[in-house]
Design a protein. Structure first.
Length: 95
């Protein structure tokens, strides 16, 4: 995981490190999550967000995303680079 904590209030449902090299343009990425884990942490599926870690300036950034509860994944359109990603709620963003 990156050195910066997502914060004490963060409720993380899933996490990934994606390092697939470089690419031109942008891609859509879908992240699966465990709905039972979300419920156990008191997070409604519709409240889930996707966050990406950026090294400069270091910190977590909330990405525009949509949650598809019927197939249990979130979609992030237009990702232009890979890094660490979290699906959850209450992640402390870099300010």
């Amino acid at each position: 995981m990156p050195p910066d904590s997502p914060g004490e209030q963060a409720r993380i449902v899933s996490a990934w490190e994606i390092d697939a090299g470089t690419f031109a343009g942008s891609v859509d990425v879908a992240f699966r999550y465990d709905h039972a884990l979300a419920a156990a942490q008191g997070v409604a599926e519709t409240d889930l967000q996707v966050y990406r870690y950026t090294p400069s300036p270091p910190g977590w950034r909330k990405l525009p995303s949509s949650v598809h509860t019927n197939i249990r994944h979130t979609v992030v359109p237009g990702v232009d680079s890979f890094s660490f990603f979290l699906v959850g709620a209450g992640v402390e963003e870099y300010r």
